[in-house]
Design a protein around this ligand. Structure first.
Ligand SMILES: Nc1ncnc2c1ncn2[C@@H]1O[C@H](COP(=O)(O)OP(=O)(O)OP(=O)(O)O)[C@@H](O)[C@H]1O
Ligand SMILES: [Mg+2]
Length: 331
């Protein structure tokens, strides 16, 4: 039975990875349908890379199972490796050689003939906007150029499943857009992509389905629209004139809208799910009667940032400060 699970590029059930006392991945379930882009979204340290490492056979799970196109990552690692590409591999290549030379070596190692390797290498460098820099040594490449070369290298073999670990972190907006186009093209030409990201808009733009992970656990899963819907039909954003009014404003929101508002990273900015946007007028009247000044107000479709905030009680980029501010307000 070689093809019994071709519908699912990835099936993870209860994956666990423990480092000392730290359950870095704590029972993660994932289902990635073949031919789609799946986004794993979470803040620093959530367990994204560790999850990918287990699925890509780079790390042995301490619990649970992972399958790639039906092949178990622990029992059949050699088969799994032939079906996947992982970016980051390219980091180990020779810095003194040019992009062309590096890709040639990579292609030859993968068993391509000389002419085939040359054609592939030229096509990829062209496609990733690296043709001009192709003869420069890698040590002179910028971060964005390296990232693109890294992705190019992982495409030589055209694997059916590609893991992209934060493919656009640190890239400028234009290069980021190019990466997005490339990822869409990969899927259009038959690959399945599992990508991790800390960027909510990236998951929103690219992913057919998204798993939100926090502290090693999947805290929400669904399409971007489903995740947004779980937060309410629309979302209220409110910035107060005076941070000191925050607690009173949260109380007013709870009374008028029947929901609990959440404090966003910058204090004095409140987000709340709204079932009925029409009630915002009542809220405004109530705030004015209480003498609470409003600096900005908007009602919009919820963003994934708010989804994260609502589900985990903290923003995706929470630092210790934002956490303690939140505790104070809810205390
Ligand atoms: N090799 C390791 N040894 C010990 N602890 C580790 C190791 N790799 C990861 N961790 C820990 O496991 C947790 C999850 O790390 P992981 O790298 O998977 O997070 P991540 O979601 O990829 O974060 P980031 O967005 O920063 O890349 C973190 O607490 C991290 O410190
Ligand atoms: Mg990571």
């Amino acid at each position: 039975m070689t093809n019994h699970n071709a519908d699912w590029a990835v099936e993870a059930d209860g994956l666990v990875k423990v480092f000392g006392q730290n359950r870095a991945v704590d029972g993660v379930d994932l289902r990635v349908k073949t031919g789609t882009v799946y986004g794993v979204l979470g803040p620093n340290g959530a367990g994204k890379t560790t999850t990918i490492n287990m699925l890509a056979t780079l790390m042995r799970p301490d619990g649970g199972t992972g399958r790639v196109f039906g092949y178990d990552v622990v029992r059949d690692p050699q088969i799994v490796r032939q079906l996947i590409g992982v970016t980051g591999q390219f980091a180990s290549v020779d810095e003194t050689l040019s992009a062309t030379e590096n890709l040639m070596i990579f292609a030859r190692l993968l068993g391509l003939g000389r002419a085939e390797a040359r054609a592939k290498q030229e096509e990829l460098l062209e496609r990733f906007g690296l043709a001009e820099a192709a003869r420069r040594p890698l040590k002179d490449f910028s971060g964005g150029m390296r990232r693109r070369l890294d992705l190019a290298a992982s495409l030589i073999a055209q694997p059916p499943l590609i893991f992209l670990d934060e493919p656009t972190t640190g890239l400028d907006p234009r290069t980021r857009g190019q990466m997005w186009d490339t990822i869409r093209e990969l899927v259009a030409t038959g690959s399945t992509v599992l990508l991790t990201t800390q960027y909510l808009d990236e998951a929103d733009q690219l992913a057919d389905r998204i798993a939100v992970i926090d502290r090693g656990k999947v805290v929400a899963e669904g399409t971007s629209d489903e995740l947004k819907a779980s937060v309410g039909a629309s979302s209220l954003q409110l910035r107060l004139e005076h941070a000191a009014d925050t607690a009173d404003a949260l109380t007013a929101i709870e009374r008028m809208l029947g929901v609990r508002g959440t404090l966003s990273p910058e204090a004095a900015r409140i987000t709340a799910p709204m079932a009925d946007p029409g009630r915002v007028a009542d809220l405004l009247i109530s705030l004015r009667e209480s003498g609470i000044g409003v600096a900005e107000l908007s009602v919009q479709k919820p963003t994934l940032d708010e989804v994260f905030l609502t589900i985990t009680g903290k923003p995706a980029t929470a630092d210790e400060n934002a956490e303690s501010q939140k505790e104070e307000v809810h205390a």
